[in-house]
Design a protein around this ligand. Structure first.
Ligand code: ADP
Ligand code: MG
Length: 316
């Protein structure tokens, strides 16, 4: 589909191809008009995410390899959030013309390194250059694991709410190199029936609110002193005066999982965590709608979810 191939496009594709190993489900990877994958018995998961220079990263400051890592990692996190197994990816890039080859190689090096670690085949893509900023879009295919994908919609009143790691302050740099919880989700899924699952990308409160809404308009009470706070949230709190707890509740891009299970299963998972991830029990689902934070004094106050929304005007 590239209308005006920049010089070297096909050398670049050959360079990608040499660095890409295929296995498993892939019959034919990079090089033809379409990749060929072998079908599999389970349900097929499909997800896509686009990252744009100036919005999700800044190429004047961030390494192209980190951008490639993140572009695949956010998709891996979405497959993890269904308790699926990632299989194969395609990547489309719009490269800034003045640095096209250097940026493409850097982005692909970061992406391919992560793909190797997660045994994902990079089976194709599209390469374009223009006078605009770097845009990269990855589409990832995955396979559901038994007993089936975990949706956002299965939470029930009385269920426990868990998170797989410390939250907040990812903007200090962690957000560029997230470690998707793919293996951890599969272990949790194997150990107990997960009622609902989401990855924390918009902000913990906002993503939990998606579960509450999709589960038929439920509510939740979070225990302030049980929410695991990342050291980066403490650092940011010292810098901007917002509380570290506020950062943990509302900062995006932690890429931990929020898991909803039966309270008995919660104990089991907390005591047998899917190492290296730990599991923290942070609250309870309620039949009454609304999101509440219970302090150490037992007094609850409402939480207003304010995770990132691309279509909302920025606050001044
Ligand atoms: P077509 O014009 O038929 O769409 P292209 O010339 O765009 O094919 O691509 C040639 C081959 O290289 C295809 O197999 C395509 O999937 C692959 N490809 C192109 N760009 C990338 C990329 N950035 N990463 C991985 N594979 C790519
Ligand atoms: Mg073609």
């Amino acid at each position: 589909m590239t209308e005006q191939p920049p010089p070297g496009e096909f050398d670049l594709i050959a360079w990608f191809r040499e660095r890409t190993e295929v296995r498993g489900r892939t019959v034919l990877g990079i090089g033809d008009d379409s990749a060929i994958l072998r079908p599999f018995p389970g349900e097929l998961l499909v997800t896509t995410d686009m990252l744009m220079d100036g919005r999700h990263f800044r190429l004047d400051r961030d390494a192209p390899g980190d951008v490639g890592h993140k572009a695949l990692a956010v998709n891996l996190s979405d497959i993890a959030a269904m308790a699926g197994v990632p299989i194969a990816a395609v990547v489309a890039v719009a490269l800034p013309r003045d640095r096209a080859v250097e940026v493409a190689r850097g982005v692909h090096a970061g992406l391919i390194a992560l793909a190797e670690r997660f045994e994902v085949d990079l089976v194709g893509g599209d390469t374009n250059a223009w006078d605009g900023p770097l845009v990269i879009s990855v589409t990832l295919l995955g396979e559901a694991s038994p007993p089936g994908p975990v949706r956002r919609s299965g939470a029930r009143p009385g269920d426990a709410i868990l998170v797989t790691g410390a939250l907040g302050g990812s903007l200090l740099g962690r957000h560029l190199r997230p470690e998707p919880r793919v293996a951890e989700a599969l272990i949790l899924h194997h150990r107990a029936p997960l009622h609902a699952l989401i990855d924390i990308s918009d902000g913990f409160a906002a993503d939990l609110a998606h579960i509450l809404q999709e589960s038929g308009g439920l509510g939740a009470v979070l225990d302030a002193d049980s929410i695991p706070i990342h050291p980066d949230a403490l650092t940011m709190s010292r810098q901007d005066g917002r509380s570290a707890l506020d950062h943990a509740l509302h900062d995006g891009e932690d890429f931990e999982l929020c898991v909803v299970v039966d309270p008995d299963d919660a104990d089991l998972l907390v005591h047998n965590p899917p190492l290296p991830a730990v599991v923290h029990r942070v609250g309870t689902i309620t039949a009454d709608p609304g999101l509440w934070l219970r302090g150490e004094d037992g007094v609850s106050s409402p939480i207003v979810a304010r995770g990132f929304d691309h279509l909302r005007p920025r606050p001044g």
